[in-house]
Write a protein that binds this ligand. Sequence first.
Ligand SMILES: Cc1cc2nc3c(=O)[nH]c(=O)nc-3n(C[C@H](O)[C@H](O)[C@H](O)COP(=O)(O)O)c2cc1C
Length: 344
Amino acid sequence: MYTWLRNGLFLLPPEMAHDVALNALSAGRFVGLPRLVGGCPRSAPVELMGLSFPNPVGLAAGLDKNGDHIYALGQLGFGFVEVGTVTPRPQPGNPKPRMFRLPEHQALINRLGFNNKGVDHLVDRLKSTRYDGIIGANIGKQKDTPVDEAAADYRFCLEKVHPHCHYITVNISSPNTANLRELQDTGHLREFLDELVRARNSLDESNETCRPLLIKIAPDWEPAALTASLEVIATSGIDGLITTNTTLDRTRVAGHAHADEAGGLSGAPVKSLADATLRRAREVLGTDFPIIGLGGITRGEDAADKRRCGADLVQIYTGFIYQGPRLVHDCIRAWQTVDEDTAA
Ligand SMILES: Cc1cc2nc3c(=O)[nH]c(=O)nc-3n(C[C@H](O)[C@H](O)[C@H](O)COP(=O)(O)O)c2cc1C
């Protein structure tokens, strides 16, 4: 059924197809459409960061930036849903076209640039959703906020979303907001994370809750710089890592008509870089540090690879666009096979 739907949607420009699909899914929730398409996969729950995830496969940030479709997406079988990235105020993002399909590579290139309706809109959606599963809120900085002042934007969003979600992701790895990735470098990172962890701790105290704070990193690193940043993360008080965001590398799509479009490449071509980043993160952070593996999962076996590289949970985005909700089930099954083999 999804293949048939996708073939129709792929006749539309990518961003329009995205809006049509999400609006149809949300409208269809009244007649149980999302559950019909997705179903309810069986899985052993995963206990991590004080949360109980019904299965290890989540929806990555960026598909539902504004939280307008949480309930419908939550019915597709995901173990958790991450919304955002949101910024303090609404912003339009980059001029269109800004999203491109590379179907031969099961890939997308996007340079959306944190287009979103602002954190207040997201908070309204979080307050009103009927979805009772785990929700992560992914936060970013305004396009025109200098990197040196970025922490204030993140703190602003953190305070707003803290009471209304289960965990918060600090996104410093989008390639589509100028200089954002500088926050990943050790020059900025320690001070930046110190400030956010302090803010989170005081919110936990005043709201009498514990909200895990995660950091989302890129797949594009010099090995020494990655190790240095991971060492800062290890001692920062941050509760978890999401690895990775999209890549700037075009080696694996060289020659494609869209290969030279500016933006982040996602889907199958990012997998080897994302897996290498994940493996290194597990080595540096040790066995107990929570890590969500992301990047290039287009088959169940790709999720199994993330598990073998050390992921505690996974997220998917581009593979979900190409494969639909079936991919969630395939990933859960493949994940369980790895766990059973390890236990045997
Ligand atoms: C169209 C598009 C928009 C995205 N927007 C965001 C975003 O707003 N925030 C974020 O943290 N990641 C965003 N991402 C990155 C994904 O969450 C994910 O990290 C990346 O695509 C790699 O995973 P994948 O290969 O499964 O797609 C976006 C990705 C795509 C394709």
